[in-house]
Ligand binder design. Structure first.
Ligand code: CA
Length: 316
């Protein structure tokens, strides 16, 4: 039985890595900032070349920008799988819109393709949102690298009004650490009853709660934060692309959009393709599904597996 299971599992990697998607799921997509897309960005071509604005490619629109050259992130051409990315300097670089939207999000699912380059503490930000002029950690969300000096990517802090333990918390699982300069696909679930971090498709920290607070997006920042009355927490990071859904994304959305980013930037992840073709689903052993860290989503696949077994004669 064990051998049979291994044989079945062995067919998976090549099958799974062949999946990729040309576009992320558009339903409930609230923000889509893509520095790799020449049509979605404005550059200041005075050396060094910098990014002065990014349009929101999601249907609701909006632009994040920076008029001051010295505060614009560098454009680094063909830096990641042949794609252009941005480098925020950790000193004063930020792209922002302080009148992004007055309609808050009840939940949020964030995907961020980024590389932390260093962290000297003071909560260097990847992304920050909140009510106008009010602290992100009280009115929106902040995803940052934490309060203290770090020598590797071993700390990721997530805060916001849903959180029951404000003041900083490391969502990287104890013992997990990656060198600075390495690219990752982060997924942050800021859902109605829980807040959790997924790094390259592997679930790490999680907090559950019942706070019904909304997530305000009057102000949106990439590369910095706003709290205690001023802009601060500049991140020394590279950023390629950000997707934000204003919902607890379903499994198909999670996996489709994650695989779109993973394939585009050639980042190894543990995401599974949604709705596997019948020939692969038949080979999925339930034990494999139980082993996965991405259990909720795989329950859908398991259900599909069972349904397909039951109705194989009709599906094949
Ligand atoms: Ca600068």
């Amino acid at each position: 039985m064990q051998r049979l299971f291994i044989q079945r599992l062995a067919v998976l990697p090549s099958a799974l890595t062949s999946f990729s998607f040309a576009q992320p799921v558009q339903t409930n997509l609230r923000m889509w900032f893509d520095a790799s897309d020449p049509a979605a960005r404005t550059l200041d071509t005075t050396a060094p070349i910098t990014v002065s604005s990014l349009i929101n490619k999601a249907a609701s629109g909006g632009t994040i920008s920076q008029a001051t050259k010295s505060k614009q992130p560098l454009l680094i051409a063909a830096d990641l799988n042949g794609r252009d990315v941005m480098r925020f300097d950790g000193i004063n670089d930020v792209l922002l819109n302080n009148a992004f939207s007055s309609t808050p999000m009840s939940e949020g699912t964030f995907f961020i393709v980024f590389a932390p380059m260093s962290s000297n503490g003071s909560y260097p930000g990847l992304i920050s949102t909140g009510s106008s002029g009010q602290s992100d950690y009280l009115t929106g969300i902040n995803i940052d690298l934490g309060s203290g000096f770090q020598s590797s990517f071993n700390y990721l802090n997530i805060e916001g009004p849903k959180l029951i333990t404000p003041g900083g918390r490391n969502y990287r699982t104890t013992g997990n650490s990656n060198p600075f300069g390495q690219w990752h696909l982060l997924q942050v679930n800021y859902w109605s009853s829980r807040l959790e971090l997924v790094v390259d498709g592997n679930r790490e920290g999680r907090v559950t709660f019942t706070a019904p607070a909304v997530l305000n997006i009057n102000e949106v920042r990439l590369g910095a934060r706003w709290y205690s009355g001023s802009e601060r927490g500049y991140g020394d990071i590279k950023l390629a692309e950000v997707l934000v859904y204003d919902s607890a994304a379903d499994c198909d959305t999670l996996n489709t959009s994650a695989l779109y980013l993973a394939a585009k930037y050639n980042i190894a992840t543990s995401y599974l393709p949604p709705r596997l073709p019948c020939r692969f689903q038949r080979r999925l052993h339930p034990r494999f599904l139980r082993l996965s860290r991405f259990r909720e989503c795989l329950l859908t696949e398991r259900t599909q597996f069972r349904l397909q077994r039951r109705h194989r004669h009709r599906l094949l």
